[in-house]
Design a protein around this ligand. Structure first.
Ligand code: IPD
Ligand code: CA
Ligand code: CA
Length: 597
């Protein structure tokens, strides 16, 4: 889950341990000041009566790690991200100290927190069906007479392969989160938990010298068959069962991840380990050599850590590399920052789109039967515009799905939160998110994200165009009969019928923004749109131009991007060499357009 997505938090559900009244009172005033609803429930109580799945909810636990684990049981199955305020003693999971409550939550609702999506473990047996964030332990039943045998024997299989017979007091299967618990005390390795979804099987008090911890993927099914009575505990007893001789238990990675919110008010992982477990290879107070922006300093400057998506950061090119040609340093800095923010906003908005794709139930018709909007368009719009607004409150925003907001300083964002809604509503994967920034009316930065393929196209005018961080450019094909064309809106099918015979193929994909990106990255040699709206093309235009495309109107005049126009605007984009041949055919092939919007 993307931390940026939390910028649209509407509701907080807090699970509260006894003696937390002071913290709860502060949470009440913080939420009231920000118009966020708050419901509190006592630890152990159900949240069904206060939880609304249609609202963007943040789970907060106020207590120690026990309360945090109760939170995981409650929030993870509902896909609700959670943050823990520590009013207990030694907490490893609830990592916000009470005095930092307001500042940490401010960071969350500005979308600047990080979300660690943690692997959980699932266990199924005759008497148990449970999920845990830490571990599952299978142990011998303590003998009535303390000097009787304390050993248990378990036959263990990974998928269908027999691993062998484990002998000892039992074993633990832990997640990366749980690797610093029971598993560690049995000499298991510490798992760095970020983006780590493995499980490990660790023998407890074994006398078999050759038996070592085993690491498996979350899809591996571990099967245990008891050779004597045993007990099974999930997360230290949050669920438990007694196993008879010969009973079978299956343990695997849980499908649902637990979404743990981290702010700059948390310690880094190894700092927390140093403090709480006495990790002996660095001084707790030693400055972090590798991290330029450690701890609380990060509240004012974003870093990969505080934004939270290494993958997304990787593919945000560092435009500084190619910025020598830019004369206006301020402009270069704004566009660079805008590029980063647009990337994060698009990826954050991509999440709900992926979740809702293929299950659209309600479609609202706007101007005609093909001009539609869904709840997904609105959700994506809320995320993108909130993220932009948080970072650039003075900039204007024009989005297909909301009234225009004028800016003060020559910068205007142009957003199509879902381009290709028709495809989206019918379960077709060809849809995209398009975000552009205009500088004094000219598209200067563009990001187009394709949620279903996780491809990110982006560009900064005068700097470069990239797909997932790698430079892209148009093809140099000059023969129509070897070219692949894309047709956008083409009301009477003239473009299709004319060029179909002349070219290798004409494709109609259904997302104008994506068409321009395919031209930019060379999987198409040209694209045609009979009529465009500014938000359909603003992002793709920057990307295609920066990748070397030639973009004109239907007569070959340079394409003029005009946010204010009410006229229909045709767009012919090509790799350049093909342009004359395309125009020639367009002039003869296309009827007089009187395009009505
Ligand atoms: C539409 C798509 C489509 C194009 C239409 C657009 P929407 O955008 O880009 O490919 O042909 O003209 O309106 O409505 O799905 O955002
Ligand atoms: Ca569109
Ligand atoms: Ca749209």
């Amino acid at each position: 889950m993307q931390g940026r997505r939390l910028a649209t938090t509407e509701e907080i559900v807090a699970i509260v341990s006894p003696d937390s009244d002071g913290v709860v009172a502060r949470l009440e005033s913080w939420t009231a000041e920000r118009d966020i609803s708050l419901s509190t429930v006592a630890v152990g109580d159900d949240i069904d009566h206060v939880y609304d799945e249609n609202r963007a909810t943040l789970g907060v636990t106020i207590g120690g790690d026990g309360t945090f684990l109760e939170g995981i049981k409650t929030f993870a199955p509902r896909n609700v991200p959670q943050i823990g305020v520590n009013t207990g003693t030694l907490a490893f999971l609830a990592r916000v100290e009470p005095e930092d409550l307001e500042a940490a939550l401010d960071e969350v609702i500005h979308g600047r927190a990080k979300v660690d999506s943690r692997q959980q473990v699932a266990v199924r047996g005759e008497e148990i069906d449970a999920t845990g964030i830490n571990d599952v332990m299978i142990e011998h039943v303590p003998p009535e007479n303390p000097i009787d045998r304390k050993i248990t024997q378990l036959d263990v299989y990974a998928d269908d392969e027999y691993i062998g017979e484990f002998e000892g007091t039992g074993l633990a299967v832990s997640t990366p989160t749980g690797s610093t618990g029971i598993s560690l005390s049995a000499n298991g390795p510490i798992h760095y938990p970020v983006d780590n979804h493995t499980l490990q099987l660790v023998p407890l008090h074994t006398h078999q010298l050759g038996v070592r911890p085993i690491v498996v993927s979350p899809s591996t099914e571990l099967r245990f068959v008891t050779q004597g009575p045993a007990t099974l505990l999930v997360d230290g007893g949050r669920a438990n069962a007694t196993l008879e001789t010969g009973e079978e238990v299956l343990i695997t990675g849980a499908e649902r991840l637990a979404h743990v919110v981290r702010t700059s008010y948390d310690d880094h992982f190894f700092t927390a380990i140093s403090k709480k477990l006495g990790w002996g290879i660095r001084d707790v107070d030693e400055p972090q050599r590798q991290s330029a922006t450690a701890g609380r300093e990060r509240t004012t400057s974003l870093s990969t850590e505080s934004i939270g998506h290494e993958h997304s950061h990787d593919r945000v090119r560092d435009p500084a590399v190619g910025s020598a040609a830019m004369t206006d340093d301020d402009s270069a800095a704004v566009l660079e920052r805008a590029h980063t923010i647009a990337t994060e906003a698009a990826e954050a908005a991509g999440e709900p789109l992926r979740e809702l794709h293929g299950q659209v139930e309600t479609v609202a018709v706007k101007s005609n039967k093909s001009d539609i909007v869904t709840e997904a368009d609105h959700q994506a719009n809320r995320i993108i515009t909130t993220v932009i607004d948080n970072e650039f409150p003075d900039h204007g925003i024009v989005s297909e799905e909301q009234p225009r907001r004028n800016g003060k300083n020559g910068y205007t964002w142009v957003v199509d939160p879902l381009d290709g809604t028709g495809n989206f509503a019918h379960g077709n994967p060809n849809y995209s998110i398009s975000i552009a920034l205009l500088e004094n009316g000219t598209p200067a930065m563009g990001v187009v994200y394709v949620p279903e393929t996780d491809e990110l196209f982006s560009a900064i005018a005068g700097v470069g165009a990239w797909r997932d961080g790698d430079p892209i450019e148009t093809t140099d094909r000059d023969r129509l009969d070897e070219s692949m064309l894309i047709s956008g809106y083409d009301p009477d099918g003239t473009f299709l019928s004319h060029f179909y015979q002349e070219s290798r193929g004409v494709r109609r994909l259904g997302s104008a923004a994506l068409n321009l990106c395919y031209l930019a990255s060379g999987s198409a040699d040209a694209t045609w749109e009979h009529d465009t709206y500014p938000w359909d093309i603003a992002g793709g235009l920057v990307i295609a131009r920066a990748a070397g495309a030639t973009i004109t109107d239907e007569r070959g005049e340079p394409f003029v991007f005009d946010l204010e126009t009410d006229e229909w605007t045709a767009l012919l984009g090509s790799n350049g060499p093909l342009h004359p041949a395309l125009l020639e055919h367009l002039e003869t092939g296309l009827p007089d357009y009187n395009g009505d919007r």
